[in-house]
Design a protein around this ligand. Sequence first.
Ligand code: NDP
Length: 490
Amino acid sequence: MFESWDYDPDAVPVRSGHFIGGSIVDDRPAIEVRRPSDGVVYAAIPEAGEESVDRAVASARKAFHDSDWACIEPRRRARILRRWADLLERHADELAVLESLGSTRPVADARAWDVPFAAESLRFFAEYADKLGGDVAATRGDHLGFVASEPYGVVAAIAPWNLPLVMAAWKCGPALAAGNAVVLKPSELTPFSSLRFAELAIEAGMPPGILNVVNGSGARTGDSLVRHADIGKITFTGSTRSGAAVMTAAAATGLKPVTLELGGKCPQIVFADAPSIERAAAIVSRAILLNAGQVCVAGSRLLVQESIRDELVARIIAHCRMPVPGATWEKRAILPPIVSQRQAIRIDGIVNTSLAEGAEALLGGDWESAASHYRPTVLGGVTNATTAVREEIFGPVLTVQSFNDEEEAWALAAHGTYGLAAGIHTGDVSRALRAVRKLEAGTVWVNRYGRSEDFVIPTGGFKSSGIGKDLGRQAVEANLRHKSVLIDFS
Ligand code: NDP
């Protein structure tokens, strides 16, 4: 079927509601949901207030205690997670349509990348189900000491709009593999693929109530979920501002532990000795064009050695001219839309402020208000004080700064607020290793940029880019708490 699409967005049925106790639960529609590609309202979601959130948490708590999810043989839990991954792949066409319809993900990318990537990450987490039991401690001979790893109980998972399905898998996968029950709140902008994701978990054999989804706004539904007394742990991905609000609410309502994956302002540093300038240009461009820059690790700050600046920038601009704006239901390669008018206006505001501060538009910077796409924009003439260099934009806007030597490069790369990821292009392995030591970032990529299927490498930021990690063994460990036991058998 997939080979023959473009699809008709008006012909796609969308099921709304919450997902509680193993099935979709209707509720009064309260929030209109628009398609980013054309701004058309295509559905509405309910907004879970305290009562519906309480229902979802109670369902999770009951399932955690009654279904034995945490106590069944861990390999059985792993089998269910793997079956769930298989089902995601079996329903990949349907999920790709649902994902692309209401998000910024082009259907071809959702089908080729998001769905398989989400499925494979679930398989990765499943592999940890029986591998993080704890440790035996060295104690005196007539004592036995051990540290038992146990799930928290009910985990609140809050996901952003930019890669809804992948983010849902990264939040729910490790929590479930560790034996927790989960209440997931997707973004109000992209709520629907998560409901189908949860339905398929039931089909895979997950006990009803172990995974629930509540829809609604962050301010109401998200906040109620975070504050609920029966939440044992919170895992959140979103902006630094919302992450801080989540952490404050968690602290005020029981000191709940938090994993926070937050914003970034990531540098891509290209030295004159990069293995190939054209390859670096292609990588730098892709890192800012992917999902039209609406990715937390968007490589939004180019730092280039002065001697190759003009050549590299000319090649990057050529790459940035290539993608043609399109609707997410077109199968050809497109420049994706911006998620909402509000976000497009915000991007344009930052670009205009930066131009007024002295930046020069080397490409773009000429958004027509009301357009759902933002043309790739390259800004020269900037300093570390320029608004576009300081603030996370979450759009296809690349700033360009040049340096002469390493020390200058490291100084420009340092950001006062964020420390999510950084890229470096060099043919000198010692320089690359010096960069790894110098750069204050949760991830450093050398001669590449962006995530791979190496799920074992965790992702997460330093400084205001977050606390804790998604992916890797660390993500599963973060969903376990440790009980110390000492037995005297003398
Ligand atoms: P937001 O912070 O606006 O929202 C993220 C999620 O949190 C949404 O589900 C939102 O709900 C909810 N939310 C908002 N406020 C609260 C609150 N007070 N209490 C509980 N929940 C709340 O981020 P965006 O959705 O705009 O996502 C983009 C941001 O996410 C960027 O800053 C990006 O860098 C970051 N991000 C980080 C990643 C990482 O791995 N570090 C990965 C992907 C994105 P609703 O939308 O319904 O209001």
